[in-house]
Design a binder for this molecule. Structure first.
Ligand code: UTP
Length: 407
């Protein structure tokens, strides 16, 4: 083991990671060393300070273009969006590196069959939604898919097996996001196997740097892409490269846009788009005070009522400009499979430690402005997060059916 790594392990109280080292063969030793040398040890410092919040700037409500505003300009916006798509300026960015632990996924969430009487995979529904725009624009939309080491192979083979559900494979690119270590409640890094740290995808905020590292930013620029529409894999009513949304952001001269829905109730657990020190920012539901949740404007509407649905449009040159900026790392409690010192494998039923994630919502605050674009929740927001109850398979099926999708 390299001296430099050993010193780090000692310094950070992580010598338990050496437990199996002497018993590993050469390949195993090399694998573990490689992982250890890639660890960002500063993450462990975060655990010690994780009680302290970074603090927020001055928060103020943001104005949104309402559904009524949008309806009044729908034709103009839509044409502007279609024009940008036809000119090849818009790319779709599917963030599919997550692990779907709440749903109990073992592989990619996109391979989940949401159908009842027929097969309807989440990936299939997302491609079907994109194909509608392709038809309207009469142009293929470059489609980037972020996976992780945990689900890459399965994602690629599943989509190939299903002929990309009718999408043109020449317009689909995959790339993997980076992985981060996880720690138990005693701040000890967890191992998944004797030669392997318990690594997990580093959150959905890492997408742009992974996209760059994969050489795809250069490719996108070469193709003339100027805008990227990033969205989550698990909203089956997701409108992808929505021409009206794109057109609104372009026409109104914004550098980014976020689709928002009015909160179902003032205490709904959703990130809220607002202004922080005059710049767009998303406040997590647990950061909202009671006063903020219930504050009303002169028109009687709640002031902080625009919840984000993980559908953003970013101008590529602005993403590039912020690429080297520090992104906050969030420490989240999760269920993390691990092995104990005698090598027994465990698959916990409840959270047993911390993962480190950067979040796409923090990118919004790095933008000079962001158009809050209101959409109708019942038509555009059916996330599949949980097995049952809120944002579940059941609720998503109901919403799909209400929107005329045969199940
Ligand atoms: P979630 O925050 O719902 O996380 O992801 P998740 O991993 O899918 O599910 P849980 O929390 O384990 O149950 C929102 C979106 O961000 C993507 C997900 O694939 C989903 O599209 N994501 C999340 C990534 O691409 N990478 C990550 O590291 C985390």
């Amino acid at each position: 083991m390299e001296k430099r790594i050993k010193e780090k392990l000692e310094g950070y109280g992580q010598m338990h990671l050496m437990e199996y080292y002497d018993r590993l063969d050469e390949a195993g030793k090399e694998k573990l060393e490689k992982q250890l040398s890639a660890v960002d040890w500063r993450l462990l410092d975060l655990l010690n300070s994780h009680e302290e919040s970074a603090g927020r700037g001055e928060i103020a409500p943001i104005e949104a273009v309402s559904t009524a505003d949008i309806d009044a300009k729908r034709a103009v916006y839509t044409e502007a969006g279609l024009e940008a798509i036809r000119a090849g300026k818009v790319g779709a960015m599917l963030l599919a590196g997550g692990q779907g632990t709440r749903l109990g996924c073992t592989g990619p969430k996109g391979v989940f069959n949401i159908g009842i009487h027929r097969e309807l995979y989440i990936f299939e529904q997302l491609f079907a939604n994109t194909l509608e725009v392709v038809k309207q624009a009469k142009a293929w939309i470059p489609f980037f898919i972020m996976t992780s080491d945990k689900n890459h192979d399965e994602t690629v083979s599943f989509l190939k097996e299903h002929d990309f559900f009718g999408y043109n494979p020449e317009y689909v690119w995959f790339f993997r996001q980076e992985m981060a270590p996880s720690a138990d409640y005693d701040h000890k890094l967890l191992m998944e196997a004797p030669d392997h740290l318990a690594l997990s995808p580093n959150g959905n905020g890492g997408w742009f740097s992974s996209f760059m590292n994969a050489g795809l930013l250069a490719k996108a620029k070469e193709m003339g892409i100027e805008w990227l529409n990033a969205f989550a894999v698990d909203n089956v009513l997701q409108k992808i490269a929505d021409p009206c949304f794109i057109g609104a952001v372009l026409t109104e001269n914004y550098v980014s846009g976020a689709k928002v829905v009015r909160k179902a109730d003032p205490e709904e657990r959703v990130g809220v788009l607002c202004l922080e020190d005059g710049k767009p920012s998303i406040i997590e539901y647990y950061e909202m005070t009671h006063e903020m949740n219930y504050a009303k404007g002169e028109d009687g509407n709640y002031l902080y009522s625009f919840g984000v649905i993980l559908n953003y449009l970013f101008r590529l040159d602005r993403l590039e400009a912020i690429a080297s900026q520090f992104m906050p790392v969030h420490v989240v409690e999760k269920k993390i499979p691990y092995i104990d010192p005698d090598g027994t494998a465990h698959k916990p039923e409840s959270p047993n430690g911390y993962k480190f994630e950067t979040l796409i919502l923090d990118m919004v605050h790095m933008m000079d402005n962001c158009l809050a674009y209101e959409v109708v929740r019942e038509h555009e927001f059916a996330p599949v997060k949980n097995k049952t109850g809120v944002d579940s398979v059941e609720s998503a099926r109901k919403l799909l059916a209400e929107n005329g999708v045969e199940l």
